[in-house]
Ligand binder design. Structure first.
Ligand SMILES: Nc1ncnc2c1ncn2[C@@H]1O[C@H](COP(=O)(O)OP(=O)(O)OP(=O)(O)O)[C@@H](O)[C@H]1O
Ligand SMILES: O=P(O)(O)OC[C@H]1O[C@](O)(CO)[C@@H](O)[C@@H]1O
Length: 508
């Protein structure tokens, strides 16, 4: 039985190669202990509405109380509303429809009269609640760092049910859970806020001006969460800001729910800015979707857990194939673009990996499995379904409360409204110098690929210890690799069959 390589450092992470399994998970917790004593947070921040500054005792859910009055710098409507608070804290707020339409009427949130929700103690979120991006603190910097507006229903809303005309669009690649988000936006608008006009945009951004809309209601979406894909269709390209906003204006749409990845969100930001320029009473709400998990700030994107779960099936198959053959090697290709998270988590979850291709100058039997499109086309698993529900609810509560130009998502497990510009500022990718990577290497008994010279040195020492007892020349383990390479997959070209799900005999 031969062994194989995984994971591969971030910039190479597209394929995970699997084989022999190792146990020995590193169970160290990533999160350091939070201080037990209460921390007094008295911030001088501005919030919507006003309340007294109070001490807070739970730094994992910091609720920042406003000390001053709300104010908007109208000349800077298109920039993120960033506020500096005490202790080096920054409050990155999202736009609000009153920023450009200051005299809008407000209405009581109908959830007050909803039998399910009215029983909940303190159901409405305080307007001046924020969530800390970094919750691991030491006593000297408690409360510092970035904070985002907490998501959730507000007691006052800016839309009457009968005036709402909402639309939903899905863009970019497929991702498990898309249909669940669509379903929950429709059902929550319908049942929680009494909205009756909800439309689906057919086939991504270009559907705004090139296609007819699809009428959505709870009956139409009832079972769609059990299916993969998106009932609305999706596409890449076709973003024409002017045409899209013309279509929004002409159709009288006033709530736009945009589900997509970073490209989609850049498009959403452009639509939001054009809406402000035209002074329309229209809110744009983003729901981050990416199987790659590369959207920064939020804890995790929906569909990711489903993708990792589904990847296990391919990895298991590769493992069985490899184990059943003399010198068997299984190679599994996984999606992830430049981020590498699916490969990393799938590898860590399965541990079906061994770190080297040992060179015995004999044939290996290589089985290559490409499950990429299968992984993103499946329906979402239970945990993703629940997550999608919360995302959809966060988005509609935010839109009904007049927030806009935001994307909704969990930050340290608390749902927030994040300015789109901030969410797409940079793409996240696997960090090969953080604890998770170290955990992965240790759990799968792999060397630190980034310090190749050191690895070679360690091997040399090991070889001396082994005193040639195995008859393996370790100098030949990684043929063709120079110290500048970080990826010990020298025979990569031979490991890359042209067809998917193929098998090959490779001599190395
Ligand atoms: N910079 C941009 N400005 C405006 N629109 C954009 C921009 N980048 C991408 N878009 C639009 O967003 C849509 C989706 O973009 P893209 O294909 O990059 O997928 P994505 O949203 O990043 O999702 P995925 O994670 O699946 O790749 C396309 O319709 C594209 O035209
Ligand atoms: O749908 P397409 O155009 O084949 O794109 C595939 C890409 O889309 C994603 O699934 C999502 O961005 C990537 O992981 C993958 O590289």
């Amino acid at each position: 039985m031969a062994a194989a390589v995984a994971p591969i450092p971030a910039h190479y992470l597209h394929a995970a190669v699997t084989l022999a399994s190792h146990g020995n998970a590193d169970s160290k917790s990533l999160v350091s202990n939070l201080p037990r004593r209460g921390a007094f947070l008295g911030f001088g921040v501005r919030g919507r509405g006003s309340s007294r500054a109070r001490p807070m005792h739970d730094v994992s859910n910091i609720q920042l109380r406003a000390a001053g009055k709300w104010g908007v710098v109208r000349s800077e409507l298109l920039n993120p509303k960033s506020e500096a608070g005490a202790c080096g804290s920054t409050f990155e707020d999202v736009p609000h429809i009153t920023d450009w339409l200051p005299d809008l009427e407000t209405f009581p949130n109908p959830l007050k009269f909803n039998p399910a929700y009215s029983a909940v103690k303190k159901y409405f979120v305080d307007d001046d609640d924020f969530v800390a991006k970094d919750i691991v603190v030491n006593m000297e910097n408690v409360g510092s760092g970035l904070h985002f507006r907490r998501a959730g229903p507000r007691d006052k809303i800016y839309f009457r049910a009968e005036e709402v005309k909402a639309c939903i669009v899905t863009c970019g690649g497929l991702c498990p859970g898309l249909n669940t988000v669509i379903r929950e936006i429709v059902c929550a608008l319908w049942y929680q806020y009494g909205v009756r006009e909800i439309y689906g945009i057919d086939g991504g951004y270009r559907g705004f001006y090139a296609r007819n809309t699809i009428t959505l209601n709870p009956k139409v979406v009832n079972d769609i969460h059990k299916r993969g894909g998106t009932i609305l269709g999706t596409s890449r390209g076709g973003h024409d800001t002017m045409k899209i906003v013309d279509s929004i204006e002409n159709r009288g749409i006033n709530q736009v729910y945009i589900i997509g990845g970073d490209g989609t969100h850049k498009g959403a930001e452009a639509i939001h800015e054009e809406i402000i320029k035209r002074g329309l009473k229209v809110v744009v709400a983003g729901i981050p979707k990416t199987i790659d998990n590369d959207i920064d700030i939020i804890d995790k994107s929906f569909g990711f857990d489903t993708a990792v779960e589904e990847a296990q099936r391919a990895i298991n198959a590769a493992h069985v194939e490899a184990e059943s053959t003399h010198n068997g090697v299984g190679v599994v290709k996984l999606m992830g673009r430049y981020s590498g998270y699916i490969a990393m988590y799938a590898t860590l979850a399965s541990r079906d990996v061994e770190h080297f291709l040992k060179v015995h100058k004999e044939s290996i039997t290589l089985k290559y499995i490409d499950p990429t499109y299968m992984i993103r086309a499946v329906p979402s698993i239970a945990s993703d379904n629940v997550y999608c529900t919360l995302l959809a609810h966060s988005a509609i509560h935010g839109a009904m409360a007049g927030f806009c130009g935001f994307t909704a998502g969990p930050v340290n497990n608390r749902h927030c409204y994040i300015p789109i510009s901030r969410a797409v500022e940079k793409q996240r990718h696997v960090n090969t110098s953080d604890r998770m990577w170290a955990r992965l290497l240790s759990s799968t008994h792999q060397p630190n690929f980034l310090r190749y010279e050191k690895v070679l040195e360690e091997q040399r020492v090991q070889r001396e210890k082994d005193s040639n007892s195995h008859g393996v020349d370790l100098d030949q383990q990684l043929p063709g690799l120079t110290a500048s390479h970080s990826l010990p997959l020298a025979p990569q070209s031979t490991l890359k069959p042209s067809t998917s799900n193929s098998s090959a005999n490779v001599r190395i």
